[in-house]
Write a protein that binds this ligand. Sequence first.
Ligand code: HEC
Ligand code: HEC
Length: 357
Amino acid sequence: MERPNHLSVFIRMVNLFLLITSVLAGMVIVLFGIMAYGPEMLIAKPHTTSEVVSKPGWSETISTTDLWQAPDFSTVPTDETGQLIRYGRELVVHTAKYLGPQGKAKPMSNGMNCQNCHLEAGTKLYGNNYSAVASTYPKLRARSGTVESIEKRVNDCFERSLNGQALDVNSHEMKAIVAYIKWLGKNVPPGKVPQGAGLAELDYLNIPANPETGKVLYEKKCASCHGSDGQGLKSPGAAEWTYPPLWGSHSYNIGAGMFRLSRLAGYIKTNMPLGATYLEPQLSNEEAWHIAAYVNSMPRPGMDLSKDWPDITQKPIDHPFGPFADGFSEQQHKYGPFKPILEKRNEIIKTKHPQKP
Ligand code: HEC
Ligand code: HEC
């Protein structure tokens, strides 16, 4: 073995020095971390309910303190009321089996299930859940200009989202659906809208949502289930869709909530592609808006909307059918940009209902 020369001794010393300094630097970093964040930074924290989480892709942060929690379904009583609630849940989950084109109770709707849009039987956070229905109805709704009961609101979805007929308000089926929805919201104080209710409200884009950009994204992220033709997928002989249609004759009509771009974009953002949640969305806001624009640019069933929005100043800014009080085009009301419409609308409301001093 050769004797080490001066150079290699020097190199070894430099290596040793570097090793010692990096170990020391590491220790200093950990120490500072502990001083700044406390020893918890070393331990995986259990998920607490009072955390404030930053939603990836959502600009706002939401507090999880008051997040709605659906009541435990196994606590539904076994008495007659309990049976009605159970049947109501069954109707929400498997609507088509009972009320679809070949429904065994009454054929009166397009074959979709309420659950296709009100996910997890209407309990999913930001999945269009029913948490705020019992607490806020009956309420004055500007679309009809009347005070609406839960029954009326349910029938709105039958006539629009399910492109069908209204259900007799005294029918066993209507009573069951309403009983279930009321049971779901039973712990929400009157007038309150809990965190996580209904759909996510996405920030508006500064540009119009673009159906062509949306088409490219749709092909990548949605077509594998809903089809390139948007017609969904149903096994031969099945009553229900494996993947529901997004446009065409079996889909929601032009009077449905989903035909408003903000409703559809909000639904898509926190729920699609299947598996997405409000905590783990899979699309940016912008992608959700563009995809929604593509879906709602495609053909779907019509509806007579002449009696909707008797006061046109109350039309939502993304209601795409005139006449409008604000002078913006149907095109802009359909795809945006929405901020200028919102500003104008607030101005009109202010001059119409001036604030009392
Ligand atoms: C194609 C999708 C779709 C289907 C299917 C659907 N709905 Fe809806 N529903 C919506 C949308 C969108 C809204 C409005 C949400 C909003 O404005 O934030 C809504 C709103 C509601 C509301 C009012 C919620 C609230 O908090 O004010 C009720 C109640 C309701 N639906 C019941 C039903 C029932 C019952 C069925 C089945 C018979 C059904 N829906 C089927 C999309 C759908
Ligand atoms: C892995 C399959 C899958 C993918 C991918 C997927 N979806 Fe869905 N989607 C579903 C299923 C299943 C439902 C119905 C959920 C239920 O009934 O519980 C649904 C429901 C919907 C609905 C409401 C019901 C209707 O037909 O109107 C919309 C809107 C929707 N998806 C849009 C999209 C969009 C947009 C994308 C792409 C960003 C997408 N989906 C990707 C499976 C998928």
